[in-house]
Design a protein. Structure first.
Length: 257
């Protein structure tokens, strides 16, 4: 089981009308630090309340209980965790798997058989976490970004809005960020990292200290080891040397061979 120790914890609920059965299962589960027991239920009604309220990852569920058996419990759940049916009667096995349970254990539960069940639970949890992670990534990738259309520049009590078409490049220097237009430069309150995530497509990071508007490049000169000198179309004809780490993206965005 050593290879499984890095897995996330599994919040687990035990359901059985026999106290000795719960005690024995708890003792057996102590060998698995990933299993975190969050509650116990002595009958089906109590189990339904705990499962719907606590939303455990895994439930060890006895089948034969007074008033309501384990199969009937499933009909009243509005949240369905992984289920391991536990019973002394082997004839319930087929029906247990028809309910799409994770596993089926016979009492008294043997250590080797429990080990297989826990392995299945951990693997199932890992797959579930991976699927959820991928779904979240897809949602984030497809979520529309808040694109900036103007940059506010403060001057005393006045705020001037600079439009994207008027911006040649952004420059980070001496812990400050400056916006460069055709006429000059102004100090702004945003980091290059923040701007890079929200600027329109025509803006391109070419250096740790520069984001340029590719529509305002006057000339491009090949430089040393795949880098470039970009001559901008501001009043000074500013020359910006690109960094090698951005070369692939620069070639792609500017269609350079």
């Amino acid at each position: 089981m050593s290879g499984l120790l890095s897995r996330k914890e599994i919040r687990t609920l035990l359901v059985d009308d026999e106290e000795i059965a719960i005690y024995r299962l708890k003792k057996a589960l102590e060998s698995y630090p990933q299993i975190k027991i969050i509650g116990e239920a002595k009958d089906g009604k109590e189990a339904i309340g705990l499962i719907n309220d606590q939303r455990p990852d895994l439930v060890f569920l006895d089948i034969q209980m007074p008033v309501m058996n384990g199969f009937e419990v499933l009909n009243y759940l509005d949240y369905l965790p992984q289920i391991v049916f536990v019973t002394a009667y082997e004839e319930y096995a087929i029906k247990a798997f028809e309910k799409n349970s994770l596993d089926y254990l016979l009492k008294p539960v043997e250590d080797d058989r429990l080990s297989i069940t826990i392995k299945r639970a951990l693997e199932s949890k890992a797959i579930e976490d991976n699927v959820l992670y991928k779904i979240k990534m897809l949602i984030n990738e497809n979520r529309p970004k808040d694109i900036i259309t103007t940059i506010p520049v403060k001057s005393g009590n006045k705020i001037t809005l600079i439009h994207m078409a008027d911006i040649c490049f952004f420059e980070a220097k001496d812990k400050y960020v400056y916006i460069h237009t055709y006429e000059g430069e102004s100090l702004i309150d945003y980091s290059l990292g923040y701007l890079q995530e929200r600027l329109p497509e025509q803006f391109l990071r070419v250096h740790r200290g520069f984001i340029i508007n590719k529509l305002t490049i006057r000339e491009i000169h090949k430089y040393f080891k795949g880098t470039y000198i970009l001559v901008m179309n501001d009043s000074k004809g500013t020359k910006i040397k690109s960094a090698y780490s951005y070369s692939d993206e620069i070639r792609e965005k500017l269609l350079l061979v």
